[in-house]
Write a protein that binds this ligand. Structure first.
Ligand SMILES: NC(=O)c1ccc[n+]([C@@H]2O[C@H](COP(=O)([O-])OP(=O)(O)OC[C@H]3O[C@@H](n4cnc5c(N)ncnc54)[C@H](O)[C@@H]3O)[C@@H](O)[C@H]2O)c1
Length: 475
């Protein structure tokens, strides 16, 4: 990366320090600048939220016109997930936008293999061309797969222009942005969904179904995580555009990527559907592994960053729900170890550990039954409680294994088909805002010496109504 690009990127992340206080990086909150931190924090008035977008159904869109913003690793993969939906006439890709012209050309080539109409191609390197795609004459929905700091401004602008917004994770990196996403969605009546694909994975949906069927009894505790050794990708010169993701680790300390682990757990625990997140404490370990990798890199520019890494190697956050359930949430993309989201769940009826998936069915207080279900019993439980969605979409899942084993296909299928049918989406703006907000608050707790931080109610009180999760609705 050129030095000038690096400095430009540094400017974009000027809000990094503010991130610890949950302040806005979208630009919309820049008026916060100049007042005291306390005043800025008190201006985050969640009482403005009314909860009206929970289970909101927008008018049906028989064929959803999709604008894709960001065509890097994730954007290209999401295009593949749309292929079947386009072929069935459920969706059409109407705009492709990236600041890198070769990525736009690559995406256009891919789209041409399954769609005859050529989308609007936006490859202006200024970084502003995406605004042209946020136009109701062009699209009904924007899919955002850009670096994190662009998610909120892109989603806000899309909704203001009358489009639904679907953003990659996390949808926001400051508390002000979480709040603005919620209030804008409520005011414009536009969906604003965070594309948390792990909520659609076979194992997670199977667990959710078992919880629903009562197998876990009273759910008490969960452990979840994003443990993914990203060092090689973070250091790579081209994998992430301008090494945007490495830059985040130089600027922030806490859980920067909460949602893959936390999203499914919130579904198991009825969060926003009868329970809510109450408060958390967060602690980061010292930083050692990423700076070691940077020191040992050949590129002098990387070596110079070694002393700047702010994010601890392992962040651990403990969260308590209003009804007393506990969650241990971890984040680590520095340490060399196999990938895991933990996916542990405990209840009075059963316990599950992921990676690899193991199930324990409670036998009451016994001395001699402390063993996981054997393969046969596990397979039987898997078959009995397989989520109907995963079973009904088997063909698409098999054909789209490149999308994280099929879960990405299920996610895009649900998004587009819910919009087609004019029913509520599986995940609301409150889910995305809440799961992202936990990351912001973890940074705040770390910055304040691991103090307890209360989680504001992002749903305007709507969480108190117990309701079945829409992911069980057949479409
Ligand atoms: N859910 C998942 O499983 C999953 C997996 C990978 C990445 N992601 C998320 O996807 C997002 C993108 O990650 P990635 O790995 O694809 O990164 P990437 O760097 O490969 O892609 C980002 C793209 O955005 C483009 N971009 C930057 N500024 C832009 C602008 N102003 N207008 C238009 N395009 C712009 C870049 O040129 C780049 O092509 C991130 O939020 C990441 O967290 C999610």
């Amino acid at each position: 990366m050129k030095r000038s690009d690096f400095l430009k990127l540094g400017g974009l992340f000027g809000g990094g320090m503010l991130g610890g206080l949950g302040l806005s990086s979208s630009g919309s909150g820049s008026s916060d600048m100049g007042t005291s931190d306390a005043a800025r924090l008190s201006s985050l008035d969640w009482s403005r939220v009314n909860g009206s977008m929970l289970d909101h159904a927008a008018p049906a869109i028989p064929k959803v016109r999709v604008a894709m913003l960001g065509l890097g690793n994730r954007g290209s993969s999401l295009i593949e997930m749309l292929e079947w939906l386009v072929q069935q006439g459920h969706a059409e890709i109407t705009a492709l936008c990236d600041v890198q012209a070769p990525y736009v050309a690559r995406a256009a080539e891919k789209v041409a293999t399954f769609q005859s109409r050529v989308p609007l191609l936006l490859d202006d390197p200024s970084g502003e061309a995406w605004r042209q795609a946020c136009n109701p004459d062009v699209a009904d929905l924007v899919v955002i797969a850009t670096p994190w700091h662009l998610h909120t401004p892109m989603a806000l602008h899309a909704m203001e222009q009358g489009l639904h917004a679907a953003s990659e994770v996390p949808i926001a990196t400051t508390e002000a942005d979480c709040l603005e996403l919620v209030t804008t969605s409520e005011r414009t009546r536009k969906h604003c969904i965070m594309l948390e694909n792990c909520c659609y994975n076979g194992e997670e949906l199977w667990l959710l179904n078992m919880v629903k069927q009562g197998v876990f009894g009273d759910v008490t505790h969960a452990e979840c995580a994003y443990l993914h050794d990203l060092r090689a990708l973070l250091l790579d010169a081209t994998y992430y555009h301008n090494r945007w993701r490495l830059r985040e680790h130089l600027e922030r300390d806490g859980n920067l990527y909460t949602t893959h682990g936390l999203g499914p757990v919130c579904m198991y625990m009825d969060v926003l559907r009868g329970d809510n997140l109450s408060h958390l404490v967060s602690m980061s370990s010292n930083e050692a592994a990423l700076s070691k990798a940077l020191r040992e890199a050949e590129d002098p520019e990387l070596q110079a960053m070694a002393s700047q890494v702010k994010c601890g190697d392992v962040n651990t956050t403990l969260i308590r729900t209003t009804h007393g359930k506990s969650i241990l949430l971890q984040f680590d993309t520095h340490t060399g170890r196999p990938y895991s989201r933990l996916n542990k769940l405990c209840g009075t009826g059963a316990t599950h550990y992921g990676y690899p998936s193991r199930l324990y069915l409670d036998h009451g207080p016994t001395w001699d039954w402390h063993r996981w279900q054997d393969d046969e019993a596990y397979d039987a439980a898997r078959a009995e409680y397989d989520h109907p969605l995963w079973a009904s979409l088997k063909e698409g899942i098999t054909a789209n294994q490149q999308g994280h084993g099929g879960m990405d296909f299920v996610m895009m299928y649900r998004l587009i088909r819910c919009l087609n049918e004019g029913v509520a989406l599986d995940l609301s703006v409150y889910d995305g805002a809440l799961w992202s907000l936990v990351g912001v608050l973890s940074e705040r707790s770390v910055a304040q010496g691991n103090e307890r931080v209360d989680v504001p109610d992002v749903s305007g009180g709507a969480w108190t109504s117990k309701s079945s999760h829409p992911v069980f609705r057949e479409i």
